[in-house]
Design a protein around this ligand. Structure first.
Ligand SMILES: Cc1ncc(COP(=O)(O)O)c(C=O)c1O
Length: 394
């Protein structure tokens, strides 16, 4: 059978990780892979997570099946965390899923059941996995303008003009905060305008919320999601607990649907559960139980929020230091956008030849589209990094 297959393209980020690992230079810098790293270059287990795991280990009495929608306490806590009181809960359903990716997957399948072959509009550019997930579900992907390569901000007028031209059959995939790969995000006023546009056109918002708390704060980062959900009758949200709880390998996320009323929510939810049952039957529990334990316990929650705040503050500090160093060395404000961006990434706007040159000549690894992971910036070598980037762009 396998002779009928040809080789699928490899994952570019994993290939870059392999290249980095094989590079013998001791002063190499890894700005590639998209995981948070602390000052020692490790992706730590948060102390609130460790404590929650100890409690779970002690209190656990069974590993029996959980049910298709997963851990109920987790679901309720995630809704409070992400949605606040933006939507009446009778219109909302949530199903725990394996990561933000699994959540996107089941929700794309749900879209295709409701509207076979529908068009999902994604930002230009977007996280590269959005396209295959949508296309594998049978959907069509189109792009709306997003990143302005001149200002490295959002091309908001062009984005809004495209959204204004959509109709009730369209789906609009929005990054709830901390846009990946660009780091350029909508202001609250721009979110207000997007919410009003969606309410006017009837296009269905689908929010990918993978970095809640990594931008400006938990409530600040939820602004856009809440604003949009409060403005429209129907919406979808894919939540990930990979980054903000540091639970990458536990594969924990949630698929959320908002319907016009409770009766429609029940029907849509029955289809969502049917999709899950036919895919992986039930989600894994460990990550969900960790998040439930943390969010339901005032002390653990406070500890988690403190750690999350520290991670966020570190990323903002690294952004500011790199932008400062480049400004001082080049006497120009061309890279100040790095300090204005939020989340784990910034798209530098360099061409692929420059990215390759900076890697070969200076050992600085970033994704081919010039996306950097700011958590990988070595705080004690910001000057070296600034030199490498400036030399590459000359
Ligand atoms: C924009 C975006 N969405 C979703 C995800 C999914 O994350 P995970 O499946 O690891 O929870 C990621 C992870 O990199 C992401 O960047």
């Amino acid at each position: 059978m396998f002779e009928t297959l040809s080789k699928a393209p490899g994952d570019k980020i994993l290939a870059l990780m392999g290249e980095y690992a094989a590079d013998p230079r001791t002063d190499k810098i890894d700005l590639g892979v998209g995981v948070y790293k602390d000052e020692t270059g490790t992706t730590p287990i948060m102390s609130a997570v460790r404590k929650a795991e100890e409690r779970i280990l002690e209190a656990g009495t069974t590993k029996t099946y959980l049910g298709i929608a997963g851990n109920k306490g987790f679901g309720a806590a995630v809704l409070d965390l992400a949605l606040g009181d933006a939507v009446e809960r009778s219109r909302v359903r949530i199903a725990q899923a394996p990561g933000g990716t699994g959540s996107l997957w089941v929700l794309m399948q749900l879209i295709n059941r409701a509207r076979p072959g529908a068009t999902v509009w994604v930002s230009d550019p977007t996280w590269p996995n959005h396209n295959p997930i949508a296309e594998n579900a049978g959907l069509t992907v189109k792009k709306y303008p997003y990143f302005d390569t001149q200002t490295r901000g959002v091309k908001f007028d062009a984005m809004l003009a495209t959204l204004d031209g959509l109709g009730p059959q369209d789906i609009v995939l929005l990054h709830g905060c901390c846009h990946n790969p660009t780091g350029a995000n909508l202001s609250n006023e721009q979110w207000d305008a997007v919410a009003a546009s969606l309410a006017r056109t009837g296009a269905l918002p689908f929010i990918d919320l993978a970095y809640l708390g990594f931008g400006d704060g938990l409530a600040e980062d939820a602004y856009g999601t809440r604003k949009v959900l409060a403005a429209v009758p129907e919406a979808l949200v894919a939540f990930s607990g990979s980054k903000n709880f540091g639970l990458y390998r536990e594969r924990i996320g949630a698929a959320i649907l908002v319907a016009r009323d409770a009766a429609h929510a029940d029907i849509a939810n029955s289809q969502l559960l049917n999709i899950i049952r036919g895919a992986y039957s039930q989600p894994p529990d460990h990550g969900a139980e960790i998040i439930r334990t943390i969010l339901e316990d005032a002390q653990l929650r406070a500890e988690w929020e403190t750690e999350l705040n520290e991670m966020r503050a570190r990323m903002i500090r690294l952004r500011e230091k790199l932008a400062d160093a480049i400004r001082q060395k080049s006497n120009s404000e061309d890279f100040d956008f790095i300090a204005r961006h939020r989340g784990m990434f910034s798209l530098l706007g360099l061409d692929n030849a420059t990215v390759e040159h900076v890697k070969a000549a200076r050992g600085v690894y970033m994704i081919g589209d010039s996306r950097i992971n700011v958590a990988g910036i070595p705080e004690d070598r910001v000057g070296d990094l600034a030199d490498a980037l400036l030399a590459g762009t000359k």
